[in-house]
Write a protein that binds this ligand. Structure first.
Ligand SMILES: C[S@@+](CC[C@H](N)C(=O)[O-])C[C@H]1O[C@@H](n2cnc3c(N)ncnc32)[C@H](O)[C@@H]1O
Length: 196
């Protein structure tokens, strides 16, 4: 099957089943960030059913991709999607908690896409940092979380931890990397290693 046909099926299925996948409004920004890294190897946390991994595989036809998913059913669908699209040889789907899988991977990766649990972005970045190449680009999705991350004043109780953790992620990447936040959709933070 053509990659574009598999993408269409995945998108349809994900919408019907309520599986979260990259919003249309954020796709161009993610793919531009990804292509700007001229990646030989890409690392993704949060495969879901493989939609964003397949988009990156289409945009970067030479790149190898490692992607990590905690949920066995989503992982299984992603594995099938890669086979249907004929990219199983260069897209490896790992099943497990990223906190356990990341330390077992070998770098270097030129592009890191954080799209797993938002409260764990900083922890996952810290685990992935030793795997990043000197020119690596890092993208993290949903960093503005419904506008609450930049909002002054009280945050609804149920979102407090996630908002605090996303603020901590943004503070870290602004301090340690050159970081720009694309406010389209729910916010995509793109970070590059600082030039010395
Ligand atoms: C927003 S979805 C990913 C969407 C996907 N990147 C896309 O755009 O097609 C986040 C995924 O992260 C997975 N996840 C949650 N906690 C995780 C963990 N600790 N390690 C790996 N994956 C995790 C969830 O099961 C979910 O499928």
């Amino acid at each position: 099957m053509e990659i574009r046909d598999v993408l269409r099926s995945l998108e349809r299925e994900a919408l019907a089943a309520g599986v979260p996948i990259l919003r249309e409004s954020e796709r161009d920004a993610l793919l531009a960030a990804c292509a700007s890294a001229r990646p030989a190897r890409i690392l993704e946390v949060g495969t879901a059913v493989g939609f964003s991994a397949l988009l990156m595989a289409l945009r970067c036809p030479e790149a190898e991709i490692d992607t990590i998913e905690l949920d066995p059913a989503r992982h299984a669908r992603a594995v099938r999607a890669m086979a249907e699209a004929g990219v199983s040889g260069r897209v490896r789907c790992h099943l497990g908690d990223a906190a356990a899988v990341l330390p077992a991977l070998a770098g270097p990766y030129d592009f890191l896409y954080l799209d797993g649990p938002k409260g764990q972005y900083l922890a996952h970045l810290r685990l992935a940092e030793p795997l990043l190449s000197p020119r690596a680009v890092i993208a993290a999705d949903n960093v503005l979380f419904r506008g609450l991350v930049r909002q002054e004043g009280p945050v609804p109780h149920r979102y407090r931890t996630i908002v605090m953790r996303l603020r901590a992620y943004l503070a870290y990447v602004k301090d340690h990397y050159d970081t720009a936040v694309c406010a389209e959709g729910d916010g995509l933070a793109v970070s590059r290693k600082k030039e010395n």
